[in-house]
Every structure is written in C-alpha cells, then in structure tokens.
Ligand binder design. Structure first.
Ligand code: HEC
Ligand code: HEC
Length: 330
C-alpha cells in the first residue's frame, strides 16, 4: 500500500513537472516561430517591393507596376489613362494604391476579391505588361535574387504563388492615414485644420451629401455606384461588363478621396482635370443617367464655400509614406 501511494506521489509530481517544462518549451518555440514568421514577412515585403519596381515583368522590359503607380503621385500616374508597353493605352485612369490593405474589393468594377488575384491582371493584359504567366515565371526565376529570396521567404522556388503573395504583401504596407484632417478628426490636434478647412469639412459632411458615398475616415464605402458621370456611358460601362447586368451600367467602385490633391486627373477615365471640375459636376446634379444615384442632387455653393470645400479635400494629403519606403520609391 505504502509503495503504491509513494509511486502515486511521484507520478503526480511528474505529471506536474512534465507539463510545466512542456509549457515553457512551447512558449519558447512559439517565440522563435514568431521571430521566423516576422523575418519571413519582412523578406516577403522586400521581395514584393523589388518586383513592384521590376520592369522585366513586362514583355519588353520597359514597364513595371510603378510605371503606372508612381510613389510620389500617391501611386497614380498623372495621366488621363495609363500607358503600358509600346505606348499602348489602357481604358482607365490609374487608381492610388495607398491604404489598399483596406479594400473590400479590387478594381473599378469591384469584381476581384483580393490584391493577390489582381497582380496577374496587368501582367497578362495586352495593353499593360503583355507577359504570359508561364514565360514570366521562367524569366524572373533566372534573375537573382528573386529565386533565392523566394526560397528564404516562402521555402519554395519562385512561382506565381510567390509573385502574387509578395507583391500583395508589399501593397499592404503602403499607408497614408495621418493627414492633417486625421489629426483633427481623431481629436489629437483640434488646431490641425485652418478655419476654411474646417468650414469645408462641414460643407462636405453636413451641407452636401458627399459622405453618403465618401464617409470619413476612409472616404469611401467601397461599394460600386453610379455618380452620374455621363448621360450615356459609351464603350466603358463600368461594372456592367463583368456580368452584362444592365442594372450595373455606369457603376464604378467609389474611390477614396485621400490624397486627391495629387491624384488628378479624376474619375475612372481621367475625364476631370481639377477638383473644381469635380465640384461643378456634382453641383449640376450629375449628368442625369437613368441609374444615377438618387443621392446626387444639384446644389449651389458661394465662391467662398467652393474654395473651402477644395481646401478641405486638400487637407486629406499625407505623403509621409515616402520617407519610410526604401531606395526604390524615388
Ligand atoms: C499600364 C499601367 C498599369 C500597370 C503596368 C499596372 N497597373 Fe495597376 N492599375 C492600372 C489601371 C488603369 C487600373 C484601374 C483598372 C480598373 O480598375 O479596371 C489599375 C488598378 C490597380 C489596382 C486596383 C486598385 C483599386 O483601388 O481597386 C491595383 C491593386 C493595382 N492596379 C496594382 C498593380 C500592380 C501590383 C501592378 C504590377 C504587377 C500594376 N498594378 C500594374 C494601371 C496599371
Ligand atoms: C452616389 C455616391 C456618390 C456621392 C453622393 C458622391 N460621390 Fe464622389 N464619386 C463617386 C463615384 C462612384 C466616383 C468614381 C466615378 C468614376 O470613376 O467614374 C466618385 C469620384 C469622386 C472624385 C474623384 C476621385 C478620383 O480619384 O478620381 C471626387 C473628388 C469626388 N467623387 C468628390 C465628391 C464630392 C465632393 C461629393 C459631394 C458633392 C461626392 N463626391 C459625392 C460616388 C459618389
């Protein structure tokens, strides 16, 4: 009996000690694993950044993602519509990629669910980079350090998985969320905006209806809408082209208004050059397309109010990301 209870005691102490060490070990292991994950994440972003600026992703080595998404222009290109290889024109104006980690859907037609899926579109598009995926993988794999970075970051050879995951990971690091408006809106600095900018915010959010589609802090609901750009949409009918659904004619994903002081020209086709033009469009109550949102109604602003609205929009500029990004982002 005594022996039995002694071994029982030993057994219970052991049962206590073993899990204690196991727990301690597993905390250590988790910590190391986390560090490895972090290093891999950094390597992934580094690889993604290199690829983003890599012209050899295009058929004639002249066009990279950054050709149309230029860092200093808030990752747009200042062109009415973008130009790809051999000067071929795309149909649309290049959107900003800042804060794209927040996108619920990707592209003006709001039809792609992830940044990863988007990456292969411009690469294969005839008017953008015009590369076949199979050829691209073969080509880039041979260029160092792409394959060795792929092995380090993903434990696999360079392939479409590595390409799409790394570029998307880089895109998710592109942040612009600390404009003067943000400092004011978050309550951190009530004096970050001038009197006119504050008055403009009031016009934007209270007097007019802009926040129905462009609410703070993201200045978009991320939904596709018809803002009455045209009475008749001609070759580009927006989201309609995805399912040929006639209730979607003229629907485009609502863009964020962040950095709009520098992302001109505006709209999916770059048809408006200035913020003044944009406000004139809305003040006329849109062009009157049959599917135009009911929220868009004509309005009158005094010269001063129009000025205030514009300076408010300009207070949404935050280019501090330029300081953080590395050598590539010139
Ligand atoms: C030839 C110019 C051009 C090149 C090259 C290009 N893009 Fe774009 N990009 C555009 C245009 C134009 C659009 C808008 C297309 C649309 O919505 O139909 C766009 C849209 C996007 C979007 C969607 C943003 C949003 O708000 O939904 C992302 C993300 C993007 N591009 C990333 C990339 C990446 C990554 C590359 C490189 C692999 C790249 N682009 C190469 C012109 C270009
Ligand atoms: C019914 C929703 C809706 C309302 C309300 C609305 N917008 Fe828009 N806005 C959009 C859509 C959709 C686009 C993109 C259209 C396109 O690309 O063709 C857009 C584009 C813009 C752009 C251009 C952004 C860019 O980078 O191209 C600006 C600036 C803008 N709106 C400002 C305003 C202002 C100011 C108001 C209030 C007077 C307003 N919007 C009201 C839906 C709306």
């Amino acid at each position: 009996m005594r022996l039995k209870s002694f071994s029982f005691t030993l057994f219970s102490i052991g049962a206590f000690i073993v899990p204690f060490f196991m727990v301690k070990n597993s905390i250590e292991i988790k910590k190391i694993a986390k560090e490895i994950d972090r290093t891999k994440e950094q390597l992934t972003i580094h690889l993604g950044e290199k690829l983003f600026f890599e012209k050899r992703l295009s058929i004639n080595n002249t066009v990279s993602c950054a050709t149309c998404h230029v860092p200093k222009f808030a990752f747009t290109d200042r062109k009415k519509v973008s130009e790809g290889v051999y000067g071929r024109k795309t149909e649309r104006n290049s959107p900003s990629l800042l804060n794209s980690y927040k996108l619920k859907t990707v592209m003006y037609d709001a039809h792609l669910p992830t940044l990863e899926m988007q990456v292969i579109v411009p690469i294969q598009e005839h008017v953008e980079m015009d590369m076949k995926m199979i050829d691209l993988i073969k080509k880039i794999k041979q260029i160092e350090p792409y394959n060795s970075l792929a092995l380090k970051a993903f434990d696999r050879e360079f392939d479409a998985y590595v390409l799409t995951r790394s570029i998307a990971a880089y895109e998710r690091t592109l942040l612009s969320e600390n404009s003067r408006f943000d400092q004011y809106y978050s309550g951190k600095n009530k004096t970050a905006l001038t009197r006119n900018e504050k008055a403009g915010w009031k016009i934007f959010s209270e007097k007019l209806y802009c926040t129905k589609c462009h609410p703070a802090p993201d200045f978009t609901t991320y939904l596709p809408e018809n803002n009455g750009l045209y009475k008749n949409f001609k070759s580009d009918k927006g989201r309609f082209r995805i399912h040929l659904d006639s209730t979607q004619i003229g629907f485009f994903k609502i863009p964020s208004l962040r950095n709009s002081a520098i992302t001109y020209p505006y709209m999916h086709d770059g048809s408006m050059q200035t913020l003044n033009d944009v406000i004139d469009h809305y003040s006329r109550g849109g062009a009157g397309h049959t599917l135009q949102s009911k929220n868009i109604q004509p309005f009158n602003l005094s010269k001063e109010e129009k000025y205030q609205l514009i300076v408010f929009l300009k207070s949404l500029t935050d280019l501090t990301y330029l300081k953080k990004t590395s050598i590539h982002t010139k």
